[in-house]
Design a protein around this ligand. Sequence first.
Ligand code: ATP
Ligand code: MG
Length: 258
Amino acid sequence: MKDLEASLPAAQDNFAIRCRDVCRSYGKLKVLTNLNLTVPQGQIYGLLGPSGCGKTTLLKCIVGTLKISRGHITVLGKPPAFPGHEVPGKMVGYMPQDLALYNEFTISDTLSFFGRIHGLTSKETRARMDFLIDFLHLPQKHSLVRNLSGGQRRRVSLGAALLQNPELLILDEPTVGVDPVLRAKIWQHLVEIVKTGKVSVIITTHYIEEARQANVQYSTHDGCMVVQWVALLPCSKKVLGSTPSWGSFCMYQVPGLL
Ligand SMILES: Nc1ncnc2c1ncn2[C@@H]1O[C@H](COP(=O)(O)OP(=O)(O)OP(=O)(O)O)[C@@H](O)[C@H]1O
Ligand SMILES: [Mg+2]
């Protein structure tokens, strides 16, 4: 497996993420089985699906914090955790479903911490921090994380993912606990950054309304699709289009949203 990965060429194709025949189990529980998926560059790729179908597991495999049992994943040209490749690292902004924040840090400490990890100068970090605090409606930057509400913590975590302007955003339910006005603003921002063609986003949500709205508002730009939605439903349903399998779930294009 290592040799195979080492011989993979650098990114030339027009995709941000490619999963081929990916399998991942937890003990005897098969969560991902021969999963195939391609996230094009410059698009928002939305994953919908019932709780427990494997969305978070897949995102962890993509970001490189969880090893796959079989198959191949390419993220921005190389496998995740490939030596010298900044995935996980500067190239990727990851907002995990279970937040990983230090309670004893302030908002400012948190963003400075991530800024240093990603090699931003103090000036760059300050500028991004000011933008993100305003954009994400965060409280004062000297507020301690432990004193924030659940929704505010999630927004700090989203801020940390956006901080270094990464090429790829991997967002696991980023809009939980976010009010509708801010949710729309976040979507608008994501669409703006993918329209540059240099940023790609993979995102999960349980808000079907959010998915529908995002598609109505943002699905086309100069005739190009900006958002594409894929739902993971039990395989017994009639499958539309190509049908890579997802454990006992299959991927369905969501025509109602397109
Ligand atoms: N560390 C773990 N050890 C054992 N089983 C796990 C572990 N993490 C996840 N699972 C199981 O793997 C399956 C997929 O979980 P996962 O968190 O990927 O689902 P999900 O689609 O993200 O769900 P949700 O929408 O609720 O976030 C579930 O059955 C879950 O119980
Ligand atoms: Mg999840």
